[in-house]
Design a protein around this ligand. Sequence first.
Ligand code: BGC
Ligand code: IFM
Length: 811
Amino acid sequence: MKFGYFDDQAKEYVITTPDTPLPWINYLGTQDFFSLISNTCGGYSFYKDAKLLRITRYRYNNIPVDSNGKYYYIHDGEDIWNPGTMPSKTPVDSYECHHGIGYSRFLSSKNGLKADLLAFVPVNTSCEINKLTLTNTTDKPKTFSLFSYVEFCLWNAVDDSTNFQRNLSIGEVEIEGSTIYHKTEYRERRKHYSFFSVNCPVDGYDTSRDAFLGHNNGNAFPDAVKKNKAGNSVASGWYPIASHQINLTLSAGESRDLVFVLGYSENPQDQKFIAPNVIRKDGAHKILEQFQTTQQVDAAFAELNAYWSKLLSRYHVESKDENVNRMANIWNQYQCMVTFNMSRSASYYESGTGRGMGFRDSCQDLLGFVHLIPERARERILDIAATQFEDGSAYHQYQPLTKKGNLDIGSGFNDDPLWLIAAVSAYLKETGDFSILNEIVDFDNQKEKAAPLYEHLRRSFEYTSTHLGPHKLPLIGRADWNDCLNLNCFSTEPGEPFQTTGPSEGPVAESVFIAGMFVKYGKEFAQISRHMGDNETAAKAEQEVDAMYQAVLDAGWDGEWFLRAYDAQSQKIGSKECKEGQIFIEPQGFCVMAGIGVKEGLAEKALDSVKEHLDTKYGIMILQPAYTQYYLNLGEISSYPPGYKENAGIFCHNNPWVSIAETVIGRGNRAFEIYKKTCPSYIENISEIHCTEPYVYSQMVAGADAVFHGQAKNSWLTGTAAWTFCNLSQAILGVQPSYDGLCINPCIPEGFGDFKLTRTFRDAVYHIEVKNPDNVQKGVKKVNVDGKEHEGCLIPFEEGKKEYHVTVYMG
Ligand code: BGC
Ligand code: IFM
């Protein structure tokens, strides 16, 4: 069952009912100012950091689940209704929510009054625009009133939801014509303020939540709206909000545009001549004067669309398969931008207050983003690397505003260092900009400890090679990619909860997954070293990679598949000898991606085992059999009920690893089968089972052991976005950036047919045609570049050349 449809022309998903199985959201904003917005107008805004600079308030864990947002109430005759239907839930005569790329649009109507609400964050401006167009479609004049509503958050979202003894006394607002300023904390010279304004005179306003809603009222039918009379309240402490009242009369057929702007601004540092509580409004004025007219707003919206069209055109495929085209050209790339911006901080499943930017997460997000805006990827790499410790290990997370490592979480996830190599090598391949390796980057954010980025990579590599266990496999530390496999969490008492903050590294527990990473990214590091002319380091790295390869063959192979790990007692994890958790997905995907076992014939076996033991119709599960009881020696993983999350859920993130691994051994049919199973567009018609948004990936789909097999959770912020984009764009469709140029080597299913691709690579445009006359799954028999026959799949990049015409004949 579907709850809407894709409009590929408009690059939109059109939701046709407010009653989606879960809130289906979108993200507004490209750089600093961001909003989350659901299909019923729920959500919130923040500037740079969802924890520290939260602009509007949202209550997670609320009832109903999605019940705060930016709302417009229309009081027309007897009815009070909202364009997105929430919070009044008054039935409307028509409803559509169009989630587009960087904007959302709500089209609804009631009693002959049509509302068209367009929400977007303009490029390079710290505000969200809500353009509301109201049209009287009857043949008589219509008189009604409109009320806007946003609830301010007192900036630090954690403090805001906990420190009431203070916060209920500090709220301050100021009103200037149609602009309401939220200036709590301004008194403390914290620089920032926000404002909510409309481009017309108002008939009233409210800034006190209680005055607007009425005593003990929810926000479904505010008192002021019911009475048709704003209270002109001026909040002092308690709960500051911003609401405008606008009375309107529209003649038959008449339309009226109203432009609401929610903005963020910072006052200049030098404000010593201004009383601390008097707001400097010039920042707000500058923003507001750009959006006073419909023409200005339409121009800003056109600019946003042009911005996105240009970005998305950097990778564009035309194949017979509309799902592939839609995901590759629109939604998958879009989600990659969102995950790049948010990491795992703010979604409807991440509160924005817990996790900032993840070291491993952001490194992986970058893999799917680097082709879009390489300059931002560069900046991100340098920020991430600056949170690395001198020994090569790293803070697991950092706060986006301060860019400082998060002390509460600390370090000890032993896969982290290698992800930095993954990110940097992706950047180098995309851009050819080796100068980044000479950038001087802090360790632990301390200037006195800085070293070139290349040295950071060397220490990443060395951290792993110097932290090996008894089987010469990498020590796992607190966990590797699988956060919940905590093999060093020694609980003292039976039944006591696991402690992931326990000894971060036992001398014994080892990870075959990290071994796979080390082989894959160790090879990259060696190649990077050669490019730097550091042949000695390269040769040493290659030796260590070879040794690790051997260690995996010696101690990481279980007979039919790769083992997952050794625990703190050196017991096998992910082995046929185990009672439960006999096979895990991660090492199968990663070891084969790294090339381990390919020539020995083990790769094929491992991937066949994945199919046999882990596959379901909704995707590949992370492990089997699920843990049915809690095992103290395994940590959080077995704390989950069977079928959910890391305990045998379908982790969408590592499905593409297996799909890519299949392309390594040339099995295009199977690679694509795997791709399809979790691909949002392919499973749109089971939205009632899948439940999350059909246009983006979710972190997890419940596995076969779960009660709700097939139901997804944690949509949007997942490494799945980047990895599936790598899978589709590089492994399946086969356009692979490499240090020296673009390599084209597709691995597609039979019957996929010919396809065309346009790829911007280092500011040159590659027009690629892939022809497959023999209907093979992999293999290139002939390449033509600019009309000339070309040897091999790699098309070297030539400085200054702006266009390449490439034809690839598979066979
Ligand atoms: C786990 C959480 C864990 C988190 C940390 C998740 O996938 O299921 O329980 O705390 O990762 O990164
Ligand atoms: O690898 C992690 C990721 O960092 C956060 N979400 C879950 C994944 C698997 O545990």
